[in-house]
Design a protein around this ligand. Structure first.
Ligand code: SF4
Length: 503
């Protein structure tokens, strides 16, 4: 309980965005917020076409997981060739509207895109390379896969074609939970997949785990997490289970076949986690906190649900005084490369094209400067029919208002320890307002006092950069901008903080 009342843990999922989950404690603001009088910088005119990223949705799965509400379908004989033709068509149509913009990363998600024949991946990557600047040796190309032998057998081919990052949907390493979640692999399969993935994509493998499952105990979660961390590569995502309407697990909950862990239990676990974290820092004793356990393994908690491996980076990348005075920025820099470019670029506000049934996008029309959200037709046959008749399966484009753009930027940015800077705000909005001129100053002050937020001069991390070196060096501000960011304590309750900041 805090002076703001009982603040719930953060949700895993934004209604319109990627997945999100919890957390600990930390440093006081480096500079009091009153010190800032600087006006936001005007967004600098882009000297070069702005980069973008591409998300490709493969809508088919082998079976349906009980918790999943993604746009996915089970079809033993999916129309692979027609689907591939349509994806290529829609990709061509979409990129033709943004000539010259470099494609920095491609993410094959789903559904289960690793069920696609490798030549589909090849056709799509080749299409990008023929339409826009796309350096396959530099771009991040991620493929989602499940740990089944069918998919693993194709991994070498995917790698050969340009995939260089693997996202494994493992979800649990507890044999008793696999059936509950509807997973069609074993724990042995999962561990084997992790081993194979790390051999093929060293330092570029991530996997997901879901906790807070019915009947799960803190001890079980601790054991599962220990095993996961022993096997983790460069990145890990930990999501609290959410019961999404329409899923089998939601129906089981409604009918009383399973029970949600009580809020009291979850809160007690969470409180225990924080206390245990603090103790563990001093005594290194075993604790229950996912966050703390990850710290022991040198994974940095850089986003609500996401952890990236820290690595040593050359000291000349950041000024020495920054490392000494701002451990958060130092940790962000050390984990920057492992964070993965694609998802971080969503959170940093970059443009992306989403293709395939049900894919969303967020793209700026460079003729008008208007930012648009795009929605594709959900149903694959209908989507394919429209692609074949008019070249794309777009269902709706929604112009974003200035306020929507700002709020979206705030919501995503404050889910990262990196936070939101005046520089980034000016990059995507007009009017030159600083964070303090826009946000509810009284609430900002309260959250800083209570150590949920910090307002600091922090590095501007270029959303187009692939590693810490280019992120810092390519910053037009050549280093620092006033930045509002959550502490570990604030990240744990960020869903409750956000609305109060824009009241
Ligand atoms: S979680 Fe992944 S594999 Fe399972 S049904 Fe959803 S999209 Fe398919």
């Amino acid at each position: 309980m805090t002076r703001f009342g009982a603040l719930p843990r953060p949700s895993n999922v934004l209604s319109w965005g990627p997945k999100i989950g919890p957390t600990g404690s930390l440093p006081r603001p480096l500079v009091p917020y009153q010190a800032y009088t600087t006006k936001a910088s005007k967004a600098l005119p882009a000297a070069q076409p702005t980069p973008l990223t591409v998300y490709v949705h493969w809508p088919y799965c082998e079976s349906k997981c009980t918790y999943c509400n993604f746009n996915k379908y089970v079809d033993p004989h999916p129309p692979v060739d027609r689907l591939a033709d349509c994806l290529v068509t829609e990709l061509r149509t979409s990129l033709a509207a943004h000539p010259g913009r470099p494609v920095q990363s491609v993410y094959f998600g789903g559904g289960t895109p690793s069920l696609a024949p490798p030549n589909v991946i090849e056709r799509l990557l080749t299409t990008i390379a023929t339409m826009n600047p796309f350096d396959r040796s530099q771009a991040e190309v991620t493929l989602e896969a499940n740990p089944t032998s069918l998919e693993l057998g194709k991994m070498r081919a995917f790698k050969h074609l340009g995939v260089n990052r693997l996202s494994l949907g493992i979800q649990t390493l507890d044999p008793s939970a696999l059936q509950l979640l509807g997973r069609n692999h074993s724990v042995a399969d999962a561990l084997r997949a992790l081993g194979t993935g790390q051999k093929l994509f060293p330092n570029n493998v991530t996997f997901d785990l879901i906790y807070g499952r019915p009947h799960q105990t803190v001890n079980q979660w601790q054991n599962e997490l220990r095993l996961a961390l022993e096997c983790a590569d460069s990145h890990l995502s930990l999501y609290e289970l959410t019961y999404k309407r329409g899923t089998p697990l939601f129906k089981a909950l409604e009918s009383g076949k399973v029970e949600r862990l009580s809020d009291n239990t979850l809160s007690a676990m969470y409180e225990l986690s924080i206390e245990a974290s603090t103790r563990a820092i001093q005594s290194k004793e075993l604790c229950y906190c996912p966050i703390q356990v990850c710290r022991e393994y040198d994974l940095y908690h850089y986003e609500v649900s996401n952890f990236a491996r820290c690595e040593s980076v050359p000291s000349q990348i950041f000024p020495r005084h920054l490392v000494a005075n701002d451990p958060t920025s130092a940790d962000i820099i050390r984990s920057f490369r492992s964070q993965g470019y694609h998802n971080a670029s969503y959170w940093r506000g970059a443009d992306y094209i989403g293709i395939g049934p049900g894919a969303h996008g967020r793209i700026t029309d460079h003729h008008t400067g208007q930012r648009l959200r795009t929605y594709r037709i959900l149903n694959p046959p209908e989507w394919m029919q429209q692609c074949q008749s008019i070249g794309h399966g777009l269902r709706k484009t929604q112009p974003l208002t200035a306020e929507e753009i700002r709020e979206e930027l705030l919501v995503f940015s404050l889910r990262m320890k990196e936070g939101l800077s005046d520089y980034r705000l000016a990059q995507y909005t007009t009017g030159g307002q600083t964070l303090l001129e826009w946000l509810n100053r009284e609430q900002v002050e309260l959250f800083i006092e209570s150590e949920h937020m910090e307002l600091v001069e922090a590095p501007v991390f270029d959303q187009c950069a692939k590693d810490a070196s280019t992120a810092i060096c390519s910053s037009p501000l050549l280093s620092l901008s006033p930045t509002l960011r959550p502490t570990e304590k604030g990240l744990a309750v960020i869903d409750s903080i956000l609305p109060r900041l824009i009241q």
